[in-house]
Design a protein. Structure first.
Length: 272
């Protein structure tokens, strides 16, 4: 029998100190009722306060597991961190912006942000789907400071722009950026697929050893560690069909890399 539990948290008080939502994922709340939420103390800085201080709460339906849960966060979540942290199943929808670490270490399920997101979206993500309708800041799909493995599975789709060091240390999965991207996309990449629909400032694929980067806009500066391998028309890249002419490069040869960098030939005629 089809089951679905809908949990709606509607913001009523904005906090200048970030709330932390790592405990509020479908995995942990699928069997909670409204009273459980009303009794919950949410981390705020070094303290905890009642969730009801900040949110109105509605709970409808039943769930046998996290896969039966849809969580809806209504309002500006620009000071709510760790939304979807380590979730394995279910669905979270944010009808507003999201703070740091949205979807960090995510294993499964889906997270949709109908606004912009701060840094570290999908950090060390292993599975599932993240969709951001606006922009993301730096370090989307990357490793955390001091770690050497970033995103290893799953899909991140950003409709807007992305900040610097997109997919640093990426070791699997797919990232799609609809707009522009800042410096060092795919740095230290070892596996995976990145597709950028807009322009890129500088140095994509620095020290990459494997994986694929596709840039459909204009690249302002190409690293010297990429050797051209020819021009291809309507190439099939990692099982995906690209339309138009693309220049293919191999690199980063400075680290004996065998990664592929594909640039739209018409947008990058200066490189022909």
């Amino acid at each position: 029998m089809f089951r679905l539990k809908t949990i709606t948290l509607t913001l009523k008080k904005f906090s200048s100190i970030a709330l932390e939502f790592e405990e509020l994922i479908p995995d942990t709340v699928y069997n909670w009722n409204k009273e459980d939420f009303e009794n919950y103390q949410v981390p705020v800085g070094n303290s905890r306060f009642p969730l009801t201080n900040y949110f109105d709460i509605e709970v409808e339906g039943d769930a046998e597991g996290p896969e039966d849960v849809k969580m809806i966060l209504e309002g500006d979540m620009g000071r709510v961190k760790y939304i979807g942290y380590r979730m394995t199943d279910g669905e979270i929808i944010v009808n507003g912006d999201a703070d740091l670490q949205a979807g960090a270490e995510m294993i499964g399920g889906s997270l949709k942000i109908n606004g912009n997101a701060e840094s570290y979206v999908g950090r060390e993500m292993r599975g599932g789907n993240i969709e951001v309708m606006g922009n993301v800041k730096e370090y989307c799909g990357t490793s955390y400071i001091g770690e050497w493995r970033g995103m290893s599975g799953g899909v991140i789709k950003v409709h807007g722009n992305a900040g610097k060091q997109l997919a640093d240390c990426m070791s699997g999965g797919e990232i799609y950026i609809g707009g522009n991207c800042d410096i060092l996309a795919g740095i230290h990449m070892t596996k995976g697929y990145i597709e950028i629909g807009g322009d890129v400032t500088r140095w994509p694929g620095g020290q990459m050893k494997n994986g694929t980067i596709v840039i459909k806009g204009k690249l302002s500066y190409l690293l010297e560690g990429f050797d051209p391998e020819g021009i291809f028309v309507d190439p099939e890249v990692d099982g995906k069909q690209l339309a138009g002419k693309y220049i293919k490069y191999k690199g980063d040869v400075g680290v004996n890399g065998k990664g592929s960098l594909w640039l739209d030939a018409e947008k990058n005629r200066n490189l022909l």
